[in-house]
Write a protein that binds this ligand. Structure first.
Ligand code: OGA
Ligand code: MN
Length: 299
């Protein structure tokens, strides 16, 4: 039996049924999943029982995996394998983190619209987030379709943004939250990187905006003009008609295409409820400027 693709929205999110991701995948099922991924950009696999290894094995079908940036943090104590971004609100004893925990401050960045790892020279192609436990209310994840957002831009704006390049840094998004006490070592570990503002997704041929709260200045523009343009584009790209809100069920696995979506987590009482989620993250094939044939001098 082949997989079942059940659209949740007409062209952005779909649920995938009749597949057990804990087992080796049939090549035809994998091909169908990749086709659906190219068409939709967000796929939901409900009711999957996955060990850490099975989660990572499925992710590897999409490319090589990242390791967590928590390794750059001076205070990191990992609860899960180093290939995962631990998106939970739990400490290394599986207890809800404290109000003042540094991990908490760091993860608050997930509440801002972003795409994963655009602050790395080699950004993320796909993310696969798995829910082991969820809060009874809140803690949803919103996704914005940046292909649809690009298509809806006025022609003059399409021409304006066509070959622009922005500088992305994780310290831009953290600074927006007032979180600035990073050591020189932490800063040196994650220097700013260039990324295009518009990219073409090879599998679908569709053009997409490529934005994130990590984006700061735009090359060739003043600091203020660049930031204003990015704010304007993010406001455009996150309008209701481009957004799908995922309300988690335990054992959902959700995969999204970081090249053409933004996402953010919604509020929940993180000092009260356990939200245990891990993300496996697949690397892109090259920096977005390199893929577009644009050469940028080191900033
Ligand atoms: C992520 C992320 C948001 C959330 O895992 O990359 O941004 O809702 N998560 O947990
Ligand atoms: Mn994220």
């Amino acid at each position: 039996m082949a997989i079942t693709v059940c659209p949740v929205t007409p062209s952005f999110a779909a649920e995938i049924g009749d597949v057990d991701l804990s087992l080796p995948l049939k090549p035809s099922d994998l091909a169908d999943i990749k086709d659906a991924f190219a068409a939709y950009a967000v796929l939901i696999f409900p009711d999957q029982q996955l060990s850490q290894d099975q989660h990572l094995d499925f992710a590897r079908h999409f490319g090589p995996l990242e390791t967590t940036i928590a390794l750059h943090r001076k205070d990191a104590r990992l609860r899960v394998r180093k290939e995962f971004a631990d998106v939970s609100n739990l400490d290394h004893n599986n207890e809800v983190w404290g109000k003042e925990s540094r991990q908490r401050m760091f993860q608050l960045g997930n509440r801002l619209w972003h795409t994963d790892s655009s602050f790395k020279r080699l950004p993320a192609l796909a993310s696969l987030l798995y829910a082991r436990s969820i809060p009874p209310i809140g803690g949803h994840t919103e996704f914005a379709d940046e292909r649809a957002a690009y298509d809806a831009l006025p022609e003059a704006m399409k021409r304006r943004v066509e070959s622009l390049v922005a500088e992305h840094s994780i310290f831009n998004s953290r600074a927006k939250l007032g979180f600035t006490n990073f050591s020189d070592e932490e800063r040196a570990g994650m220097p700013p990187v260039p990324q295009v503002l518009v990219r073409t997704i090879p599998e679908s041929g569709r053009k997409s905006l490529y934005l994130a709260s990590h984006a700061g200045r735009i090359f060739g523009m003043s600091e203020q003009d660049g930031r204003a343009l990015i704010d304007e584009l993010v406001a455009h790209a996150t309008q209701r008609q481009f957004v799908y809100t995922h309300r988690w069920r335990v054992h959902d696995l959700v995969i999204w295409d970081n090249r053409c979506t933004m996402h953010r987590g919604t509020d929940f009482d993180d000092l009260r409820w356990k939200r245990d989620m891990q993300r496996a993250t697949v690397c892109d094939v090259a920096n977005s400027c390199e893929q577009a044939g644009i050469r940028i001098e080191a900033a």
